[in-house]
Design a protein around this ligand. Sequence first.
Ligand SMILES: CC(C)(COP(=O)(O)OP(=O)(O)OC[C@H]1O[C@@H](n2cnc3c(N)ncnc32)[C@H](O)[C@@H]1OP(=O)(O)O)[C@@H](O)C(=O)NCCC(=O)NCCS
Length: 149
Amino acid sequence: MKVHLIAYDVSQKDQAEELYAYISEYYTSSPWIPNIEKIMQGGVKYFKAMHNNQQIGITGYVLKTPTLAETVKTTVFHDFRSKGLGKLVSEAIEEECRRNGVKKIMTTIFHFNHSMVAIKLKQGYTIEGYHPDHEAPGFHEYSLGKVLK
Ligand SMILES: CC(C)(COP(=O)(O)OP(=O)(O)OC[C@H]1O[C@@H](n2cnc3c(N)ncnc32)[C@H](O)[C@@H]1OP(=O)(O)O)[C@@H](O)C(=O)NCCC(=O)NCCS
């Protein structure tokens, strides 16, 4: 069964607070996470990732140009990891971007995040760059991209 996405309305404080709580609890490898004010500023389209009528994670994207999207914060809650749902959330955000006219999708992934790199490579992304000390000193990142056909 596919994962489907439900958009957050980040202009609503309770929804921004919910997102912040999930990012704080589950997106723990990053030294920089957005605070509630930053989330409410917009710019990132965030979604609930739903599977079997249950929220199992979050995901999002930023339009860098009208046809280039960077996906962000793709996260599966702890209890649901290692069951193939990360792959489905990645597919769902790609599909959402496609539906919105995106022609190229990219993401940056920490060098130690082997499961996410593996997911993206298996979904046809290629490594387009390696960025030492990128998000912060010691937090090297790969950028991976895929042209959508
Ligand atoms: C990354 C994350 C979304 C993966 O979710 P998940 O539901 O556990 O992922 P899945 O079960 O769909 O798939 C994991 C895949 O990684 C593979 N994998 C896991 N560890 C691996 C490793 N060390 N090396 C290579 N592949 C690995 C698994 O084999 C599996 O692929 P397969 O089923 O084809 O064998 C989840 O760990 C998470 O939310 N992490 C915190 C947030 C995060 O880091 N997000 C990514 C930001 S870019």
